[in-house]
Design a protein around this ligand. Structure first.
Ligand code: NAD
Length: 338
């Protein structure tokens, strides 16, 4: 009989890049996507799955505990890959409540539902549920901010600075506690900044491309010197699939592609590619649209990931070249906007 795997947040950016390939690679699973469809979720992101026999969709809120319990029981859920979250730092500064509700309470609800359904007591797994796993997807932002040197490893102490990263850190601790206390089969991954198709227009890369197309100012925080470590979303998705199937219970895996860019250099790179792909009618460069705006409150200076553990233990490697994937990403947003 096919096993049912619950994928939360599958209509968002990373989830909707993950689900079509997961369905194709694992025809032996019933892939059930659960999403509240907040402003960040979009059913059209899942167009590749429509009509696929091993895919189905449920609109639900992970904050609704009764609904989560009902879904586990009625659909006999045998695995969870948990993407659903409020994910935009700026929104967490302006309105942190939804981050506390979804990222902390929602994650707790799912863990509790999994524990209640898969286990009978701490350390006691129901017969035939031994291989059921809960994979929790998190961010490198839980580690706080680096100076000019150093990398985040799995042993770096948590020091989150924004309501978003604090809510994710909290959910990581709860997930880990369910492993330690109850023996729930939990794995966690902490990944760096993703880029690729289907990302919401509020995030830096899509916003820059779309503002070029619309000839609108491209806002850059402060002087643009903040550094992020960028990974192509499909490389992250491969890491998640690998951890879900081969990771060790109770372990955390950092995922990153060792591709550090300042925000300003990234925006300039996009403008240069846009100048070539879609030259402005007035002959000017898109760089002229760059506009420096007041820095984000509590803005972390630098994130950079050490992925040695997942490379050595699970054989994962990022396969995508940044230059090629950035070009493809830009092509995707241009096609979508035109
Ligand atoms: P996203 O904002 O694009 O998508 C989140 C999805 O979750 C949306 O479809 C939304 O409708 C859904 N959702 C929100 N609240 C919900 C709720 N209460 N119940 C059910 N569904 C709900 O986010 P993303 O960028 O795809 O990120 C996915 C996960 O990966 C998040 O947990 C995020 O913290 C993590 N992450 C993201 C990045 C990144 O660069 N985007 C990097 C590392 C980790």
């Amino acid at each position: 009989m096919k096993q049912s795997i619950l994928i939360t947040g599958g209509a968002g950016f990373i989830g909707s890049n993950f689900v079509p390939e997961f369905c194709a690679r694992h025809p032996d699973y019933n892939v059930i996507v659960l999403d509240k469809l907040t402003y960040a979720g979009d059913m059209s992101n899942l167009y590749e799955c429509h009509g696929k026999s091993n895919y189905s969709f449920i609109q639900a809120d992970i904050c609704d505990m009764n609904a989560m319990e009902e879904i586990f029981t009625s659909l006999d859920i045998r695995g969870v890959i948990h993407f659903a979250a409020e994910s935009h730092v700026d929104n967490s500064i302006n309105g942190p409540r939804a981050f506390i509700d979804t990222n902390i309470t929602g994650t707790f609800n799912l863990l509790q539902a999994a524990y209640s359904y898969w286990m009978t007591a701490p350390g006691q797994v129901r017969k035939s549920y031994e291989s059921c796993r809960f994979h929790h997807i998190s961010t490198d932002e839980v580690y706080g901010s680096l100076g000019a040197e150093g990398l985040f490893t799995e042993k770096t102490a948590y020091a989150p600075n924004s309501p978003y990263s604090a809510s994710k850190a909290s959910s990581d601790h709860i997930a880990h506690a369910f492993f330690k206390t109850y023996g729930l089969n939990v794995t966690i991954s902490n990944c760096s900044n993703n880029y690729g198709p289907k990302q919401h227009a509020e995030k830096l890369i899509p916003k820059t491309i779309l503002n070029c197309i619309a000839l609108k100012h491209i806002p850059v925080y402060g002087n643009g010197s903040n550094i992020r470590d960028w990974i192509y979303v499909k490389d992250h998705c491969k890491a998640i699939d690998l951890i879900f199937h081969s990771g060790k219970a109770g372990e955390t895996y950092n995922v990153g592609a060792s591709n550090e860019q300042t925000n300003l250099s990234l925006v300039k790179m996009i403008c240069t590619i846009m100048d070539r792909k879609l030259p402005r009618a007035d002959g000017r460069s898109y760089m002229e649209l760059i506009s420096y705006v007041q820095d984000r409150a509590g803005h972390d200076f630098r994130y950079a990931i050490d992925s040695t553990k997942i490379k050595n233990e699970l054989g994962w490697v990022p396969e995508t070249s940044f230059e090629d994937a950035l070009e493809q990403t830009i092509d995707w947003y241009i096609r979508k906007a035109m």
